[in-house]
Design a protein around this ligand. Structure first.
Ligand SMILES: [Zn+2]
Length: 267
């Protein structure tokens, strides 16, 4: 099964929705980073949100990065969505047991970085209370973009899904009332429910974007990172006399640079 996001809108342009089916991507992330259930649940939400936010951008090359940090900054999760529906993530989780992890993630901060090719990326930070990432994403849209949104995540039967519904500027009061009613009655159990939900909200699917976990790291990129350390640092690595192993934090692939390779980088 492949992952995808549906974009839907009502015929009066009052409501729009993005529904993501991301089981493969979430399972891949869990496997690469050996995530515990508590961490995994948050990472899935970050990946789903990043993927939907990327699709919301008008600029196809936009890069979206979501970072969740725990109350004492001992946990740091990062999900990145790049163009073409590619996603990747990294996790710094230390060596906490699940109970301490839950306490660490109970309060935290969600940082959103939108890089749409301007000189500086847009950065916003919202507080996360009671580990409720859906609420934090809603708060972000309300505060930073003045858009009323509803965010729902689901991981029933090991199927990972997310839904973001937004009110457009010309939404009428009765439409908003109806939307709230539909949400209260939502039966969000499995993938087949997703289409039914969009139908119940009288939304028409207008676009389908495939998404998947894919890291774009390369040997060349790692080499550039080494060059950016500066000549002095590079020389000290050469003087250590050992080949250097560099790991990618997103896909865990390692790149080995021999002393000769390091010499080539010092120009
Ligand atoms: Zn990589």
């Amino acid at each position: 099964m492949s992952d995808y996001i549906l974009r839907a809108i009502d015929n009066k342009s009052e409501i729009r929705a993005f529904a993501a089916i991301m089981t493969d991507t979430c399972q891949r992330a869990q496997k690469i980073h050996a995530l515990s259930p508590v961490v995994s649940s948050d990472m899935n939400k970050l990946l789903i949100t990043a993927a939907i936010m990327q699709l919301m951008e008008k600029n196809d090359d936009a890069l979206i990065s979501l970072q969740l940090s725990g109350r004492e900054n001992k946990v740091n999760l990062n999900a990145v969505a790049t163009a073409d529906g590619y996603l990747k993530c990294s996790a710094i989780v230390g060596t906490m047991n699940e109970k301490n992890m839950q306490s660490e993630l109970k309060e935290g901060f969600l940082k959103l970085v939108r890089d749409i090719g301007m000189r500086e990326p847009y950065i916003s930070t919202v507080q996360v209370k009671d580990n409720n990432l859906g609420q934090a994403v809603q708060d972000y849209y309300a505060q930073s973009e003045q858009v009323e949104s509803y965010v729902i995540f689901s991981d029933n039967n090991d199927e990972y899904m997310g839904l973001i519904v937004q009110l457009l500027p010309n939404a009428k009061a009765e439409t908003i009332e109806n939307l709230k009613k539909q949400f209260a009655e939502l039966d969000w159990q499995n993938i087949s429910a997703l289409g039914a939900i969009l139908e119940k909200l009288s939304l028409k699917i207008v676009d389908k974007q495939m998404v998947k976990y894919k890291c774009n790291c390369s040997r060349e990129q790692m080499g550039k990172a080494l060059i950016s350390l500066g000549k002095e640092q590079l020389q000290s690595l050469i003087d250590d006399g050992e080949p250097l192993e560099m790991g990618c934090r997103f896909c865990k692939k390692t790149y080995t640079f021999t002393i000769a390779d390091l010499h080539d980088l010092v120009v």
